[in-house]
Ligand binder design. Structure first.
Ligand code: PMV
Length: 333
C-alpha cells in the first residue's frame, strides 16, 4: 500500500556475512545461467559481525532506485539489484532499495553474501511473497551463490544438487556442538581487482586444475561434515586449509592468472604455520580477496589476534563468533 508521498513504509532486513570453509568456486555449465547454480557444494560459517541492512520501499516513482552506503548506485551493479527484484515478484511496483554494509564492499569479505541475503528477505516481505527459509535461500543464490548460505545461522551446507532447474540446490544449517572463532585478518584496503564471478569463470574455462578441484571437492565436504559431527576442530581446520589452497591453486593456473593474495596474505600464512608448529591450533582460509580468516578455538582467539596484529602489513584483526540467521527488522518509519 503506497502512502500519500508515493511510498510504502518499507521493510528492513539484516543478514550476516558468511565465510566458506569448503568453497564454492565455479558455476555449473550446460544449465540456465540465470539460476546461478554452483559446480560444487559448499560449507560455511555465518559470522556474528559484518553484515548488511537493507530496506525495500515500494514507490509510485517511474523507476527503481538503489542507494548503497548513502550513494545512489547506477549501471550494472544497480541493474543486478533490480533484476533480482523481478525474480521476487515479476509484475511488481517500483522500489527504492537502501542498503548499508557493515563490511567493506567488494573487498573479499563477502559483502555480496550478506547483501543478497538481506535483499531476498526484505524484498519478499515488502512484496508480500511468502517464502520458507529454504526458498529464501534459493532466491538469494540467484543474486550471489554465497548468499544462499547467509539465510541461515551457524554452520551451513549448500548442496550442489543435480537437477537442471536447481530445485535440489538447497542450503541447510548443520548441527554441531563445536564452538569456534574466526579471526578476520585484514590485509588490504579498497576493492578487489577481479570479482568472484569473473575469477571463477576464467578458472573454469582455462585452468587445467579446475577438473581436479571439482573431482576432489566432495571428499572435502564429507570430511568437513564428519569433523563437525565429531566436534573435531583440527580436522575441520585442516580440510578448510587444504580446500582453500586447491581453490587458489586452480585460480592461479587460469589463463590469465587469477591471484587474490598479496604480500601481507603470505606473511600471515607463514605466521599461521609457525604458530601451528609451536602447538597452537590455527588454520587459514582466503576468498576472492587478500584477507586471511583464521579458524581457532574460542580460548585461543585473544592471543592469536594479538599475534596477527603484529605481522607487518596487517591493518587490523576482528574476532568473530558464529552468528544468527537473516531476519526482518521492524518496519522503517
Ligand atoms: O557468491 P560469490 O559469487 O561472491 O562467490 C563466492 C566465492 C568465494 O567467496 C570465494 C567462496 C564461497 O563459497 O564463498
Amino acid at each position: 500500500m503506497l502512502g500519500s508521498a508515493g511510498r510504502s513504509s518499507g521493510i528492513s532486513a539484516y543478514a550476516h556475512t558468511n565465510i566458506a570453509l569448503v568453497k564454492y568456486w565455479g558455476k555449473r555449465s550446460g544449465v540456465d545461467r540465470s539460476l546461478n547454480l554452483p559446480a560444487v557444494g559448499s560449507l560455511s560459517l555465518t559470522l556474528d559481525r559484518f553484515g548488511t541492512e537493507t530496506t525495500v520501499e515500494l514507490t509510485d516513482e517511474s523507476g527503481d532506485r538503489f542507494v548503497l552506503d548513502g550513494n545512489v548506485v547506477s549501471g550494472p551493479e544497480a541493474e543486478r539489484v533490480f533484476r533480482f527484484l523481478d525474480l521476487v515478484k515479476p509484475r511488481r511496483s517500483r522500489a527504492v532499495v537502501t542498503s548499508r554494509n557493515d563490511v567493506p564492499t567488494a573487498a573479499g569479505l563477502a559483502s555480496s553474501a550478506s547483501g543478497f541475503a538481506a535483499l531476498a528477505v526484505a524484498a519478499a516481505a515488502a512484496f508480500d511473497v511468502a517464502l520458507s527459509p529454504a526458498q529464501l535461500s534459493q532466491l538469494a543464490r540467484r543474486g550471489s551463490g554465497s548468499a544462499a548460505r547467509s539465510i541461515f545461522g551457524g554452520f551451513v551446507e549448500l548442496t550442489r544438487g543435480a537437477r537442471d532447474d536447481g530445485e535440489d540446490c538447497v542450503a541447510r544449517p548443520l548441527e554441531t556442538a563445536l564452538d569456534v572463532r574466526l579471526l578476520v585478518v585484514r590485509c588490504a584496503t579498497g576493492r578487489k581487482h577481479t570479482d568472484s564471478t569473473r575469477g571463477m569463470d576464467v578458472t573454469a574455462q582455462t585452468s587445467p586444475y579446475f577438473a581436479a578441484w571439482v573431482e576432489t571437492h566432495e571428499a572435502d565436504l564429507r570430511r568437513a561434515r564428519e569433523a563437525l559431527a565429531a566436534s573435531d576442530l583440527e580436522r575441520l581446520g585442516s580440510v578448510m586449509e587444504h580446500n582453500t589452497m586447491k581453490m587458489h591453486a586452480s585460480a592461479l593456473a587460469a589463463d590469465p592468472w587469477v591471484l587474490y593474495m598479496n604480500g601481507t596474505t603470505l606473511a600471515v600464512l607463514h605466521e599461521v604455520r609457525a604458530l601451528r608448529q609451536a602447538g597452537v591450533g590455527a588454520w587459514a582460509t582466503m576468498d576472492a580477496g587478500p584477507h586471511v580468516k583464521v579458524l581457532c578455538a574460542p580460548a585461543d582467539a585473544a592471543r592469536l589476534s594479538q599475534a596477527f596484529a603484529t605481522v607487518p602489513g596487517v591493518l587490523g584483526v576482528e574476532v568473530c563468533a558464529p552468528g544468527g540467521a537473516a531476519r526482518v527488522l521492524e518496519a522503517a518509519r
